[in-house]
Design a protein around this ligand. Structure first.
Ligand code: PRX
Length: 566
């Protein structure tokens, strides 16, 4: 661990200025993540080093050097500027994991736009909610996604530019324009926008219990924590070939799927293809992946396929494994030790934190099932659920809370100051998760403290699903809650009360499921619908999802004294 130092040594006198120094940044300087991830790496003498090895689902491979990333992101930045897109305007990336997504991310930041990545599986209503809230000016997308955008574009007056990366000869409509990244004249030099620490950079939408998803607003200074946590927690080293499974539509795919590796000058590989164990192992073997950041659902799926499949591949290249997004059960860590000869290191963080805040730091003994300890520079504790005071008793469950002030903490929720204010109590930032801390300071995740559903590591907000359900002609009222699942940990279950005149039947169940899939996304689609006469409500009329959830998990229902009709 000599290159990163032991946890004990690192935690002593830690100061984020260490990261600033490594990046050559001083307070008040310009700081542009796009420049740090491309131009600076070239200036450090790595222009010819591979930055991106990309493979599609058919096995076609493309490679880009750091100089390619620099020039192609200049080309995109210049294109956006020439179209009249202004600094501070929101530019959405709505694409599969194609090179334009990664390079476009850098390009938008270089021209001073706020980059808003959205998962390409989102359908019209999920897309509309997020573009409408952010008053997004431009969307960079693929031809195949145009039908979804066309359904909503007329209700989005701010959306002036629909930029299609693979338009070819396809007929385009008003406001739709082609942008052929590799076909356009290359722009060697671009005047990168002089952003400073607090200039907005990335806008990620994340789900809460109440209301529609919130836009978590990051700033360019977030680089300071993303750079250092990538190096120290993910243990990124100069000769690594790094693979992050996450899609940049979610925060892991940007903080550690773009910014972390590229600001460290690391070669990263991307596989634009869904899950398939054999395919994944072949990908690792073929590209000699050394460092892998994955997620518990994927690991559990690999586990299901067994170690025999692992043995059919030469995976000796793997050096360091990490995981994020949902609870990593002890069995998965133990299995990984058996299958790969090394454990997955669990890491914990959120869209709002921008960087890993609790983790199994390299070199620290891994306790299977635990999330590890706070990153140096992060003060984390658990608070009593009623008083919001830190709990001193070892092993007692409380709310995970963090002392604000680390570089990549979001600065606000877009147009939602109230929502942001509610995240703080007694000077602590409340994560909304529950955990205990053992006598050695390791955190043990217990669960969320709200109604958000974490399905396969993706947060889905019940409100968004319920609002969409209400648009179905048969639905009178509904509640969306988590239901336990062996692989995804949780899936969506909907409780639905029908309007008079509608009968319960299987066709209707399927129809409602598909209705949600087509409007929101496959992730948000209920895996089960239970038809009920009415839903449990508080006396003030709020649906008590908690009661339904407890029923699904076979847990005690808790205090129901405010229940309407008991
Ligand atoms: O509930 C926690 C869970 O995922 C939430 C954050 O989700 P999101 O903002 O989408 O960011 C995901 C990637 C950082 C957390 O509030 N979560 C994340 N990591 C873990 C986890 N739950 C248990 N163990 C983890 N390691």
């Amino acid at each position: 661990m000599s290159h990163i130092g032991s946890y004990e040594n690192r935690i002593k006198d830690f100061n984020w200025s260490l990261s600033e120094q490594e990046l050559g940044y001083k307070a008040g300087d310009k700081i542009n993540i796009g420049w740090y991830c491309s131009d600076r790496i070239c200036k450090l003498g790595k222009a010819g080093k591979k930055a991106l090895i990309w493979e599609d689902f058919q096995g076609n491979v493309k490679e880009y050097t750091y100089d390619d990333i620099r020039v192609l992101s200049n080309t995109i930045a210049d294109y956006l500027q020439k179209r009249g897109i202004q600094t501070g305007q929101r530019v959405c990336l709505f694409m599969d994991r194609i090179p334009e997504l990664y390079i476009g991310f850098i390009g938008v930041l270089k021209m001073g736009g706020i980059v808003q990545p959205l998962f390409s599986a989102f359908r019209e209503e999920s897309l509309f909610t997020r573009l409408n809230n952010a008053e997004t000016t431009a969307i960079i997308t693929q031809k195949k996604l145009l039908p979804t955008i066309r359904k909503i574009r007329d209700q989005l007056p701010a959306l002036q530019h629909i930029i299609v990366v693979d338009a070819g000869d396809a007929p385009l409509k008003e406001r739709e324009v082609p942008m052929n990244m590799e076909g356009m004249p290359r722009v060697e030099q671009f005047d990168v926008f002089s952003s400073t620490a607090e200039t907005p950079s990335v806008l990620h939408y994340t789900s809460g219990t109440t209301g529609q998803p919130k836009g978590a607003q990051h700033v360019h200074y977030s680089l300071i924590s993303q750079y250092l946590t990538s190096k120290w927690v993910l243990d990124l080293q100069d000769n690594d070939i790094y693979w992050c499974n996450a899609d940049p539509g979610w925060v892991t795919g940007t903080s550690y799927g773009i910014i972390g590796p590229w600001s460290n000058g690391i070669t990263q590989a991307v596989l634009d293809s869904g899950f398939n164990a054999d395919r994944w192992y072949s990908f690792i073997e073929k590209h000699r992946i050394t460092n892998w950041y994955s997620a518990p659902t994927a690991i559990r799926l690999l586990m299901k396929e067994g170690t025999e499949l692992v043995r059919k591949h030469d995976l000796s290249c793997l050096r360091h494994l990490s995981s994020v997004g949902e609870p990593l059960n002890a069995e998965a860590v133990i299995w990984s030790q058996e299958a790969f000869g090394k454990p997955f290191h669990d890491t914990y963080w959120q869209t709002e934190t921008g960087c890993i805040v609790v983790s199994n730091y390299p070199g620290m003994p891994v306790k299977p099932g635990s999330m590890g300890k706070p990153f140096p520079g992060i003060t984390a504790t658990v608070l009593d659920m009623k008083t919001y005071e830190p709990i001193n008793d070892v092993g007692k469950v409380g709310l995970i809370a963090l002392r604000p002030g680390w570089p990549s903490m979001i600065r606000c929720y877009w147009n939602n100051p109230e929502g942001y204010k509610n995240k703080f109590k007694n000077g602590w930032y409340l994560t909304g998760d529950r955990s205990s801390i053992d006598k050695e300071g390791y955190f043990w995740f217990v669960g969320r403290d709200d109604d958000v559903i974490n399905t396969g590591g993706h947060l889905v907000g019940p409100f968004e699903i319920e609002s969409a359900l209400l648009e179905h002609p048969a639905v009178a009222e509904s509640a969306a809650v988590a239901k336990p699942d062996k692989v995804n940990m949780e899936v969506v279950k909907a409780f639905v009360a029908l309007k008079p005149g509608y009968d319960v039947n299987e066709d209707l169940e399927l129809e409602i499921m598909n209705f949600i899939r087509k409007r929101l996304s496959p992730l948000a689609m209920p895996q089960e619908i239970e038809f009920v006469k009415s839903l449990p409500k508080t006396r003030s009329g709020k649906i008590m999802r908690r009661v339904l959830r407890a029923q699904e998990f076979g847990e005690p229902i808790g205090d129901i004294s405010t229940l309407e009709n008991d």
